[in-house]
Design a binder for this molecule. Structure first.
Ligand SMILES: [Zn+2]
Length: 258
């Protein structure tokens, strides 16, 4: 007799092992829940794929246990400290709502790689910046987006009117921002170029700043000296009128002493 039971028992065994895992995880979860009142934690959020997010640090955690461990970590404590300090100025509810609106709830995989180079246009002597951002894991239907933001519009740093911010965004990457001088950007032909290379997954943005003298108010010409009226048609004719003859200046006239 074939012992079919054997294999069945085996697979049954595996099944119960994985069930035991689930059980264990649930127990861990239960334990975590018992120890800390998560309902009072304003930063935990279960997302659409059933994982846990820390709204404070914008991190994602596979299990509630991982989330709990995260709340004991340096990053969370640091952010919590910052938040408490900020809340003393702002109302806490307002602060959290603001942050929720600012960040789309997508799983972010980190910052993209990038290079920035400074150049001087050999022809126009304008200063230029070239940004190349690498997005190898970009969502295939997407194209990176960019935006220039004023120092007052951004909320990450205290505003400084000397700077403006150039932002690049492409899911699932984190949005990155470059702080650039707050100088007028030349939007003339060939001066502001963006290119998305689908084969190398690289986004290139090249910008030129207007030259210092470009932004100056054009010189107003001095009020024109009173020019003699254009000669009338008569003027072209030799008039037989006795005009005043101005004598030529005397040659070798002695220079007046000052
Ligand atoms: Zn956190």
């Amino acid at each position: 007799m074939f012992r079919d039971f054997g294999s069945k028992a085996g697979s049954g065994g595996q099944q119960s092992a994985s069930l035991a895992n689930v059980d264990r995880r649930e127990r861990q979860t239960q334990l975590a829940l018992e120890n800390i009142d998560l309902e009072k934690d304003p930063y935990i959020m279960k997302n659409h794929i059933g994982k846990y997010e820390c709204k404070l640090c914008l991190t994602q955690h596979n299990t509630i246990g991982n989330y709990m461990a995260h709340t004991q970590g340096r990053r969370h404590k640091y952010n919590l400290h910052k938040r408490i300090a900020a809340d003393q100025k702002d109302t806490p509810i307002k602060g959290i709502q603001k942050q929720e609106k600012m960040f789309k709830k997508t799983l972010k995989i980190g910052r993209p790689g990038y290079t920035v180079s400074k150049k001087i246009n050999p022809e126009t002597k304008q200063k230029s910046l070239i940004f190349v951002i690498q997005y190898p894991e970009i969502d295939k239907e997407l194209q990176p987006r960019f935006r220039i933001m004023s120092s007052y519009e951004q909320k990450q740093e205290p505003p400084n009117p000397k700077y403006q911010y150039l932002l690049f965004a492409a899911d699932p990457y984190e949005t990155i921002a470059f702080k650039i001088p707050n100088k007028p950007i030349d939007r003339g032909e060939g001066k502001f170029i963006t290119e998305w290379d689908k084969d190398t997954y690289s986004m290139t943005l090249k910008l030129h700043f207007q030259k210092e003298d470009q932004k100056q108010i054009p010189k107003i010409p001095p009020p024109s000296a009173k020019l003699p009226p254009p000669p009338s048609s008569l003027g072209t004719r030799k008039l037989a009128l006795p005009g005043k003859v101005i004598p030529p200046p005397p040659i070798n006239a002695p220079l007046r002493k000052q």
